[in-house]
Design a protein around this ligand. Sequence first.
Ligand SMILES: NC(=O)c1ccc[n+]([C@@H]2O[C@H](COP(=O)([O-])OP(=O)(O)OC[C@H]3O[C@@H](n4cnc5c(N)ncnc54)[C@H](O)[C@@H]3O)[C@@H](O)[C@H]2O)c1
Length: 435
Amino acid sequence: MSLAPAGKKRIEWAERDMPVLRAIRERFAKEKPLAGMKMSACLHVTAETANLARTLKAGGADLLLCASNPLSTQDDVAASLVADYGISVHAIKGEDEHSYYRHIAAALQHAPNVTMDDGADLVSAMIFIALGRLDDVHAEVRGWAAKLKPDERAALVKNVVASMEETTTGVIRLRAMEKDGVLKLPVIAVNDAQTKHFFDNRYGTGQSTLDGIIRATDTLLAGKQIVVCGYGWCGKGVSLRARGMGANVVVTEINPIRALEAAMDGFQVKPIAQAAVTGDIFITVTGNIHVIRGEHFALMKDGAMICNSGHFNVELALDDLAKLAASQDKNLGEFVDEYVLANGHRLYVLGEGRLINLAAAHGHPASVMDMSFAAQALATEWSIKNKGSLDHKVHQVPEEVDQWVASLKLQTMGVAIDTLTAEQKKYLASWEMGT
Ligand SMILES: NC(=O)c1ccc[n+]([C@@H]2O[C@H](COP(=O)([O-])OP(=O)(O)OC[C@H]3O[C@@H](n4cnc5c(N)ncnc54)[C@H](O)[C@@H]3O)[C@@H](O)[C@H]2O)c1
């Protein structure tokens, strides 16, 4: 708790760059649209998230926050949220697997009416419990869930008005649940809002991933060959920024359209087995499993650095690397582990293969999280207004929320745009005019 004063300064610093969220907070404080709602949010516990938490609390929510990643918590921010803002936080940077899931269990015990996830860990645990599949949840969650009666387990999901999902990986999992008929609550895919993934995934991940690599290694990017695995929203941002820093970027893909887009954007496109031979720095951002495996590590040159900025720490097959290594130094630097292969090549894994931008840097800059979290807050308000009428499926954020967030962001940036004239409106709606 002694860290709270530093955390408060950090939260206030982030707030300066979050004018859209601030406007929502001011309105929420008057209108209390979340009154009477218990909320559990499983998010990266950072200064930007703290401003979302303040907004939800101002709206009347009884909020509990836990971490969505063991390495991303800013402890001073967590302390300040408790001390200065009266928000319950269950998170500590570097928490082990048991603490991580004990904190998720605490978020479940809060019996939320609204949940927020970044990667679907909280809702997945809820669904497994509701399905009675206790063997599929971590022992820390199972210990508590096993004591619940069947009707109490069912109530856990029945009480949920809606569940917000922040990231691509979470949305993919929730869609898979919907497809298998086990999604027992309405989900809002906040990630899929245009004001979220166009900006957060692209510009936020683009900048902060390189920031994480630089902070972890102090390496110069100019002149290096950087291999970006995945040319989705995050991959486009990382590639763009890496090129801007003077790196030669090679993209790997499995989707021909995305690969073509990368090629036409001017990047080299190669299979990972070829890129592995020449790359200096490897960054995975695919949301997929074992994208870089033993067969690729074995080809890498001496000194290659490897990291991941996709959601889960499964993109790099680190077990394969451990098997290949003749020796390891797990503490070469704070975020650098060295693996020395039998051929003498030294490979460096950054941030233990977890999201490098949150492990070694501070995640996305506040001004981009302003938009993502404005969409979160407004989607929450919208789902509460539509309580009881949302099906158990993955819903999109309403178009008007996207438009409103974008308009207000433009205003705060001092950017004005044109509006349609009456004639233009008519023309766009007509099939007869102007032909
Ligand atoms: N680091 C962060 O702060 C941050 C921010 C937002 C999203 N994410 C995460 O990053 C990941 C990517 O998100 P996105 O929005 O870019 O997703 P996306 O779906 O837009 O892009 C992923 C791309 O990876 C490609 N891909 C899949 N398997 C591959 C493989 N084996 N080799 C090469 N390419 C492959 C896909 O074809 C796709 O083009 C997700 O896990 C998401 O949750 C991280």
